[in-house]
Design a protein around this ligand. Structure first.
Ligand code: FEO
Ligand code: CA
Ligand code: CA
Length: 688
């Protein structure tokens, strides 16, 4: 059996339209086996008319022709020639600070090439790459002889969320916490790929490979510090730790111990092995690390026993999707053998970073869905509010409000705050009103009449509970960030090309929404714990100069400044919004993903500028600013995953034939996802 990386994934039960994958379009930018159905830039369902319009507007065809013309030269003189060629074709705008903008930097030119680019006057250095040692005894990375044992002592694959937890109050010394969302086997392992008719075929996985994949998932906790102006990894840091898909974890909160979470290996329904697909996350006010389990459905295969009670539940979550072959090796990923195992994933995981032997806890009170992230803020009354996105087309925006209050003077008193609270789902009214609907057993329709016998049932089937409450179906909710400076909340909505005209609503205002949008929420009375608020669309993304796209960037936004597919975001200490993207590529937007600075206030509102861009094939994750705003961490995820639609490369990218060998650019080293640290050359505040 071979795994076709480009096969259309199964539709989730909640989605109504057929996947419109066209046979002649390969998706080279495989965001992941699991997100392929979700990724806009990699999604061939992109409205072709729109793509055409953009191409024409920016003379991208001309640019690509130019790039093609110099590709022969590039083969001998290297990527610099290509970069100059692109620059020669690019407009010369992008240097003027927009009127009233909170940002002041000379923006990067949008484009595509093998490496990363940061704004002039800044350094962007690779801090941690896949395979880098994290402990004094870590083996040196040897991609041709990788082992699970080595991988467990090295930085994992596909870095996504990045958090920083100061150790002594200093913004220059702390723990970097990083999620490793998933693995790209075709980029990681030598000798397993063949290419047929332009498509990659990956050889079946054996146990050794599966074990490496499992060890490359999870998270990293590693001490870092700035020494003589340069950030360094402290390899003998006492708190350094790898978390993987085999790390023992505890299930806590209202669903812990439910019969629906019990398995033959765990009769208590409270002990689980590992975490899966940790996308974005958060750092709590009490200094713990939270990891969001996103596309857990892809790790399961097999058939449920006939008539098993979880069939409808699993259908709503798209389980099983069988993107990974782990179930051929380990029974717990096979529904026929361990039918309750999928109920033990899709949670928020909390890790006490102060004790490297602590058992991570899956906090069931925060609901079970394809959790994108979990950014938090302390409300006026001391309760803590977590904003949560469920990243799938037509799924929902949530928030969790703790019952207890944060105690800034007693860390231990906060350690189980996440086990008790209220989970709400958002209803965006066309009037601009926002209502947070509580998911509480016994209230409204969440009763035995609808198959809920406890709060555990409501949480295990969070999506169905939210369906019954009439929540607003959104265009792929990703990262959601509260802003403590202006009191607002920013919701990244990546895209939804399947939204039909008759499904358009005020909060999802575009049919075939290829480029996504950003919603700004104002909670009632500035209280993040409020159950009501108001909302408005901050930004409709895409090329603002093409009327049919309907984008709403300010007129001060340059050809480099617009973007599509907002995914992650950060708010710096000054309260400024930074947005990173997932899905921009040569074909759809003529640019790679990157980090954009987006004004939210005053006359400059909705002005965007490109600050950093990733190498070909990559997605931009992170971003994260230290508390002094003098360091930014960004995560370059799945670099080199693609190349077919990039003229100088133009064919599938895999271990033996990579579209880029970023960041090492050595013939014997594959492309490596990595965290990049950005500082201003003069040591100043970033973006100012
Ligand atoms: Fe893993 Fe929704 O991005
Ligand atoms: Ca994401
Ligand atoms: Ca994403």
């Amino acid at each position: 059996m071979t795994v076709d990386l480009h096969r259309p994934p199964q539709e989730s039960a909640h989605q109504e339209s057929a996947h419109q994958e066209s046979a002649d379009q390969v998706s080279p930018f495989r965001t992941s086996l699991l997100e392929e159905a979700d990724g806009a830039g990699s999604n061939p369902t992109l409205n072709p008319t729109m793509g055409e319009l953009i191409s024409v507007r920016f003379s991208r065809r001309g640019l690509l022709k130019g790039a093609l013309a110099v590709s022969a030269i590039a083969a001998t003189v290297g990527p610099a020639a290509l970069m100059s060629a692109e620059k020669a074709h690019a407009a010369s705008d992008g240097t003027a600070a927009a009127n009233g903008s909170a940002f002041n930097f000379i923006e990067v030119e949008a484009g595509v090439d093998e490496t990363h680019h940061v704004a002039e006057g800044y350094d962007a250095e690779v801090l941690l790459r896949w395979g880098d040692p994290l402990f004094p005894d870590s083996p040196t990375f040897d991609p041709k002889n990788q082992s699970a044992e080595a991988q467990r002592r090295q930085f994992g694959y596909n870095n996504d969320y990045v958090g920083f937890i100061p150790l002594d109050g200093s913004p220059e010394h702390g723990l970097l916490v990083v999620n490793h969302e998933y693995t790209n086997e075709h980029l990681m392992f030598p000798g397993i790929v063949s290419v047929a008719e332009g498509k990659l075929k990956v050889a079946p996985a054996d146990k050794a490979r599966v074990d490496i994949e499992m060890a490359a998932h999870g998270g990293t906790i590693v001490e870092i510090r700035k020494v003589d102006g340069k950030w360094q990894v402290v390899r003998d840091g006492k708190l350094n730790r790898r978390i993987t898909s085999t790390t023992p974890m505890q299930i806590t909160g209202p669903a812990a111990g439910s019969d629906r979470l019990k398995t033959a290996a765990d009769a208590t329904g409270t002990q689980v092995i590992g975490t899966l697909n940790n996308c974005a996350g958060g750092v709590t006010p009490w200094g713990t690390y939270v990891m969001a389990e996103e596309n857990f459905h892809g790790y399961f295969l097999g058939k449920l026993p006939e008539g098993y009670r979880e069939a409808a539940n699993y259908k709503r979550y798209g389980v099983p999707e069988a993107s990974y072959e782990w179930g051929n090796i380990y029974d717990r990923f096979d529904l026929a053998k361990v039918p309750n195992e999928p109920n033990r994933f899709g949670w928020i995981v909390e890790v006490d970073v102060n004790d490297p032997t602590s058992v991570p806890k899956k906090r069931t009170a925060m609901g079970r869905f394809k959790h994108e992230g979990a950014e938090s803020i302390v409300a006026k009354d001391g309760r803590v509010v977590f904003y949560l996105g469920d990243d799938e087309r037509f799924d929902y925006v949530y928030k969790f409000v703790t019952s207890g209050t944060f105690n800034p003077n007693d860390r231990a008193a906060n350690m189980d705050l996440l086990d008790s609270g209220t989970l709400y789902v958002a209803k965006f009214d066309s009037s601009g009103a926002l209502e947070w609907l509580p998911l509480v057993f016994g209230q409204g329709q969440l009763t035995a009449a609808n198959g809920f016998d406890s709060q555990a049932d409501v949480l295990i089937e969070t999506r169905r509970a939210a369906d019954l409450l009439g929540a607003t179906k959104m265009d792929r909710p990703e990262d959601i960030q509260p802003n403590g400076v202006n009191g607002k909340v920013y919701v990244m909505l990546t895209n939804n090309t399947r939204r039909k005209d008759e499904q358009v609503d005020a909060a999802n205002p575009r049919a075939k929404n290829a480029f996504g949008h950003i919603i700004e929420i104002a909670e009632a009375d500035g209280d993040f714990a409020a159950t009501k608020g108001t909302w408005e669309v901050l930004l409709k993304c895409g090329d603002p100069s093409v009327a049919a796209v309907g984008a709403s960037f300010s007129t001060d936004t340059t050809r480099n400044g617009w973007f599509g597919m907002p995914d992650n975001c950060a708010v710096d200490t000054a309260g400024r919004l930074w947005v990173s993207t997932d899905g921009n590529n040569p074909k759809d937007t003529g640019r790679t993903d990157g980090l954009w600075a987006v004004d939210t206030e005053g006359s400059a509102r909705a002005t965007s500028k490109l600050f950093f861009r990733v190498p070909v094939g990559a997605e931009m994750c992170g971003p994260l600013f230290t508390q002094d705003d003098r360091t930014a961490f960004v995560a370059v995820q799945h670099p080199g995953d693609g190349g077919t639609d990039w003229a100088p490369f133009g064919r599938p990218s895999y271990y033996e034939d990579l579209s880029t060998r970023w960041p090492d650019f050595k013939d014997d080293m594959p492309v490596r996802p990595a965290v990049v640290v950005i500082t201003k050359k003069d040591g100043g505040v970033i973006g100012s």
